[in-house]
Unconditional design. Structure first.
Length: 190
């Protein structure tokens, strides 16, 4: 099975589906054997993406199609090789559901911050590119300068104007681009 990334927010209608779709596009562009999905700690399940979240994705030529929300479950967490959350509260929820997931659960901004501290990633087997990324990030975890509480959290744009959704998308793009920077050399290998 390919390396799987689970993205988690609250209702699974704004932050995590934006992240899921951006990450899927980047992975597709790189041709890497990684997959992405998303869920919400308080999602009702079966709900469409928020219209403004869909709009900011379409501004980047990313189509949502018939995507639907789902509630995070222990099975989804256990299936994921890494869990990236919108905020530290979501990380706590994930770890409360599956304590063994603590070492592979980060906020997405935190994971990108750690990835920025990794000089390069050169896996010997493209099938293990995700495992290589996770291992590299875990290895630098203790060496990265701590940040203020809440600095690694994505603000929830729900109930706010389109500019809040764009700011969320832009921050997610910057985080995902940091991961893509490390993964790109593996993708370009013969």
């Amino acid at each position: 099975m390919p390396f799987h990334v689970l993205l988690v927010c609250t209702a699974n209608q704004c932050r995590s589906p934006i992240a899921e779709h951006i990450l899927r596009q980047r992975l597709s562009d790189l041709g890497l054997p990684l997959t992405a999905g998303s869920a919400g700690t308080h999602a009702r399940g079966g709900e469409p993406i928020h219209p403004l979240a869909e709009q900011v994705l379409r501004e980047r030529s990313i189509e949502v199609d018939d995507w639907r929300s789902q509630r995070v479950t222990p099975a989804l967490i256990e299936r994921a090789d890494v869990v990236l959350t919108a905020a530290t509260a979501h990380r706590r929820n994930v770890v409360a559901l599956v304590p063994q997931a603590a070492a592979r659960t980060f906020t997405i901004v935190q994971f990108a911050r750690y990835a920025a501290a990794v000089d390069r990633l050169d896996p010997t087997d493209p099938e293990h590119v995700g495992i290589g990324l996770l291992s590299a990030v875990q290895a630098v975890r203790g060496d990265v300068q701590p940040v203020a509480a809440g600095a690694d959290d994505l603000l929830d744009p729900i109930g706010r104007p389109i500019r809040a959704f764009r700011a969320c998308r832009n921050r997610l793009e910057a985080s995902i681009d940091e991961l893509a920077r490390l993964l790109a050399p593996a993708a370009s290998r013969p």
